[in-house]
Design a protein around this ligand. Sequence first.
Ligand code: NAP
Length: 296
Amino acid sequence: MAAKILDGKQVAAEMRAEMKVEVERLKAEHNLTPGLAVVLVGEDPASISYVRGKRKACDEIGIYSREHHLPEDYEEDKLISLLEELNQDPDIHGILVQLPLPKHIDEEKVLLAIDPTKDVDGFHPMNVGRMVIGKPTFLPCTPHGVQQLLLRSGIEIEGKHVVIVGRSNIVGKPLANILLQKKPGANATVTICHTGTKDLAHHTRQADILVVAAGRPNTVTADMVSEGVVVVDVGVNRVEDPTKKSGYRLVGDVDFEAVKEKASAISPVPGGVGPMTITLLLYNTIQAAKMQRGLA
Ligand code: NAP
């Protein structure tokens, strides 16, 4: 049987349509327009493209967005001062600093400077702690997007064995924490694999749901999965492709064509987790606006 495609574009479009209605309601009933400030330092082309995508997504659903594009050599102290201003700005409910930052800026110091109630990326240590102990907080957008993609595609998570390949602070670790909470839509048994894992294939074959966030093409091949597994591919890798105008194409971390023959469901790259990440950023911005107004 052909694998069901976990269509992130479609699920993201559904969520954005719901959020558009919510933003209209907040404007009409509470005179409240959720606002997001995105801070970008330097000229990294991938970061510029992500920031453009975020602005476009905000525009589409009626969220006010403001971009602070700062030069590569911008001083750390000045960046912290800008964040302090944004923390006080009543029109701004969410603040996002696009990572990675140039080497001369201490990323941890910058993340600590964001007011936790405006930390829509969910990277402030206070919000990370709240996530771990299961308190309401801003969940990091990519792992939250993975959970929503599964649930809204009709995939049950409770009681399942979820195997995650990758333990980064932005994907693997928060995803494990989200899915092991004793809560509806979670309550899974979670295994995390990484480069120190001895026999990766042994673990990936045990998965009911396999999430791969390793950042390397073909990390998971067909021999590494069991029949009927649900696969979510978080990876985004550029591989050379002379047939494309750009000279490259995007692939995930999973050998999609071969693995889809064994899986019951699988997410593609592009069009899987990617559109979900921005969508959950919009969700967090709306939540932030409601919380700051005492509506959530
Ligand atoms: P990262 O910080 O580089 O972490 C990669 C993780 O995978 C590490 O924990 C590493 O183990 C593990 N790993 C790498 N190769 C492995 C292997 N062969 N076997 C087992 N474990 C392996 O990457 P990240 O930031 O989490 O991102 C992962 C991928 O997701 C990247 O392709 C990134 O572009 C993509 N991504 C996509 C989105 C989206 O919105 N679609 C968002 C974020 C990230 P160690 O810890 O032992 O080194």
